[in-house]
Design a protein around this ligand. Sequence first.
Ligand code: XMP
Length: 553
Amino acid sequence: MNSDKKKQLDRITTSGDNEVSAYLEIASSKQTEQINLDVPNSPETIIVIDYGSQYSMLITRRIRESDIYSELISWDSDFDKISHLNIKGFILSGGPDSVSNDDSPTLPNFVLESNLPVLGICYGMQLLAKTFGGEVLKSTSSEYGQSLLTLGSEPCKLLDNLPSKFSVWMSHGDSVKSLPQDFKLDAFSESAPIAIMSDINNKFFGIQFHPEVIHTQNGDQIIKNFTVNIAGCLQNWTASSFVDEAISAIQNEVGSKQVICALSGGVDSAVAATLVHRAIGDQLTCIFVNNGLLRKDEANRVIETFNNNIGIKLLDIDAADEFIDKLRGTTDPEKKRMIIGEAFIRVFEKKAKELGEIDFIVQGTTYPDVIESETKGTASAKIKTHHNVGGLPPDMEFSLIEPLRNLFKDEVRKVGTELGLPSEIVFRQPFPGPGLAIRIMGEVTKDKLNILRAADWIVMDEIKKANTYYDLWQSFAILTNNMTVGVQGDQRTYGHCIAIRCVSADDAMTADWAKLPYDLLAKISSRIVNEVPEVNRVVYDITSKPPGTIEWE
Ligand code: XMP
């Protein structure tokens, strides 16, 4: 297996709504090469070189927020990886290493050979200093937090339109002690005598603090000064330009061949399918598998939206009984996932074969998945099997179309809006591929599914009525494996205990339990015990992630 395929197999994603097609990605990657969907006329691009800082991805996001395309690559990547892009400049990220160590990450040759502007941030600045003969002081302690920056009397172009003093966010150990030849000092801070340095002739700039974090005042302006004023980017990378370019790339790649897509109802697969549909119309067939583990009315809503409103050719398969049969007797969470993944592949494969000759499969992979697999290697510990389900390869031979593989989730949403998808789909909360099966503790049965569906519907209904739905990452009910004693009317009851989980998060890597108003919790609780006869107790989950995970299984 080549290393790209190995990485694909090792990939763990948290997007949460697209597991379906991830199974297929794994399956199909065994037999096929990935096709290159890079646009022929690449947008102007700033490459961020990752030295391992926790903020590296944030730099890329900040640049994109100003309508300039940016990609993040590891410092040891080959130039081949980015040679197809219209690169206008490089940003070197921060990182935990010390440039004084022998084996510390280095500056790739192609950066200097490109003759393009370079901005080094923190470790990136120290790397520039070391490369051009400056002195870097190895520190014994670290500096974190706010620091007051004072600009010199003739600050370089990087500092255009900035006040002479402002507060910046420092997070570093080492610092630059003496300037390299041809560099001048542009600013100092309370703790860093050389806080900004520049070699304006060669367009090399170094800053000790982090302009990408919100705690740095004027950070956006500094990044814009570099990307727009120094590197000359035009700020024309928008959802609409992306859609136009992606459509023509898909048309070129697919020609008159046939394409399939597994639609889960989640935002990623929905946007990917709609984009491909825009490009090739009825050459695309979507397959929606109802695994019987969906929420109340969910299958109908997906079918209705895609079939009737968007007009995508959609085959819906009701395989609920098959999935529930296969899950019978299984209580282990990971086994449930494996069974569901495998059952899905079998159902999908059968349908795909009936369609005749198919060349491509659409996959809703997004940029965090790509970065996770390419810059950080494989995840260290398997917490849950999300998308990296192993051992299910059917003999499917498709090439992948991954039109969203360079987009962050919020950019996928912008593209979805640009394509005219309804906001219920574009801003939908993530829902896990194994569905309600991992929200029912213990064995999954039809009865338990019905109880959970009824309770979950009430949670969603009240959260929406309270206008809280879009503020939360996820909000849902769990059927705990506990029966408790209660009293309703004058009757003793012995019923199920439902847990409510509502979390806020940016990316699901971490999450905080939502501090919902007591009145709202009270309303949800009383409706559930009154409207779902099998339930006599409701509890609220007040665990953050870590140490908890979002889903209970
Ligand atoms: P955890 O529970 O790991 O969840 O904190 C993080 C995010 O991933 C979703 N999730 C899954 N998505 N298949 C999926 O497609 C899965 O097996 C799975 N498990 C969790 C979860 O809903 C949350 O958004």
